[in-house]
Design a protein around this ligand. Sequence first.
Ligand code: HEM
Ligand SMILES: CC(C)=CCC/C(C)=C/CC/C(C)=C/COP(=O)(O)OP(=O)(O)O
Length: 298
Amino acid sequence: MPLSDAVCATPAASWRRYLSLTKPRIVGLMLFTALVGMFLAIDDSAMPWSRILFGLLGIGLAAGAGAVINHLLDAHIDAIMERTRHRPMPSGQIGSTGALGFALILAVSAMAILTGLVNVLTAALTFTAMIGYAVLYTAFLKRSTPQNIVWGGAAGASPPLLGAAAVTGEVTLDALLLSLIIFVWTPPHFWPLAIHRVDDYRHAKIPMLPVTHGLHFTKTQVLLYSIMLMAVALLPFVTRSAGILYLLGVIPLGLGFIWHAWRLYRGERDEHAMVTFRYSILYLFGLFALLLADHWAL
Ligand code: HEM
Ligand SMILES: CC(C)=CCC/C(C)=C/CC/C(C)=C/COP(=O)(O)OP(=O)(O)O
């Protein structure tokens, strides 16, 4: 670590480093999907604002805690990979004690808020998702199987379910459908990035699909998942939890994903991988924005 960094970090710079451990942009999109899960689960005439606000706060803090633990457990792996070696832990800007303390503060606050101000069901489900990501995915699946992100994706897919549970006190079928969409979206979201960063993962000895099964096989999987995603994304319309506006938007959005996956599949080289990765984020944001627009337009 450069000495100047250790000694001279201003409180604002230090705070920003801690914030970056929580993966704020990823958690931000998760909270948007939780919010949509909430709005779709309730009758608009009776907005439970307190459960909405405290639900989002609790889910956000728990997801942030999971991300901090992920940084803590992965610091030695992150140090090997080009994409992650500048992160605060591998670069020595934040130590294990600081990260552990920060994760504990976030996790305990999350559980106190959810148990005390939302409901026990949401607290229990959120706790399961946090442990699923921070421990099950990070410490075990990520290091042992190329299907790591398929099963690890269940934690990241949970926010709509958690959001609906926060406002209704129940696990609803409609919310499960929204989580299913994110579950199917996760592999074609992540594998293009893994293709682009295959050397990183190989050096770090992480068995991501392109490392274990090669680029062609992974591209085929991305294409197949993008087709499956198209079908699963139609389900909210089929079950009548979303209307025609959603349908008209989600079809071009899904065709766009298939188009990018097809171009990645056909490409001789992998320059289309990061385009597909970036599109996946736009896709998920667009799909949930459409659900909301459709809900309010009715
Ligand atoms: C197991 C499941 C997932 C895996 C393995 C995964 C993996 C990744 C990776 C490796 C990155 C690059 C991060 C970086 O360069 O720092 C990323 C970025 C991103 N992911 Fe995921 N992701 C998953 C689930 C999700 C979910 C569920 C969401 C949202 C609902 C999400 C939203 C995002 C966003 C918004 C970015 C861009 C972040 C930025 O630009 O800083 N991801 N993901
Ligand atoms: C309570 C709740 C909703 C929990 C969800 C927690 C959460 C933040 C999940 C995100 C999934 C994700 C970004 C995985 C990437 O980790 P990675 O280690 O493969 O990626 P990296 O190499 O960029 O660190």
